[in-house]
Design a binder for this molecule. Structure first.
Ligand SMILES: [Zn+2]
Length: 106
């Protein structure tokens, strides 16, 4: 548990955060929550209620993150100077091409 707090303190001491820093911070906090969650509430019912609330919160966060990823992927693919290469994984499908730069396919 101490190594998680050290990592969080390391991230807190930064003056400028990158997107990767924020993702690492979220990962450490999530690990901390999972570790502390068991047996930390007044009763098993309270613990279950808190865990369910947190689960719903994380579901909404995941949906927002999924939308963010799809938006970013579309932006990257719309602005890519594609380098199309035929997908050789399926010899029967002669019409499948992948862009080796952005992952788009056609
Ligand atoms: Zn591309």
């Amino acid at each position: 548990m101490d190594d998680i707090w050290s990592a969080i303190d390391g991230l807190r001491s930064k003056e400028i955060y990158t997107l990767n820093d924020i993702m690492q911070f979220d990962k450490k906090i999530s690990t901390l929550i999972t570790g502390l969650c068991i047996g930390s509430a007044d009763s098993p019912q309270k613990e279950l209620s808190i865990a369910c609330k947190h689960y719903r919160f994380k579901q909404r966060q995941l949906l927002r993150l999924q939308n963010f990823i799809e938006l970013k992927r579309k932006n990257v693919q719309d602005n890519c100077e594609h380098k199309w290469e035929r997908d050789l994984g399926d010899p029967d499908d002669r019409s499948h091409y992948d862009c080796k730069k952005c992952g788009a396919w056609r």
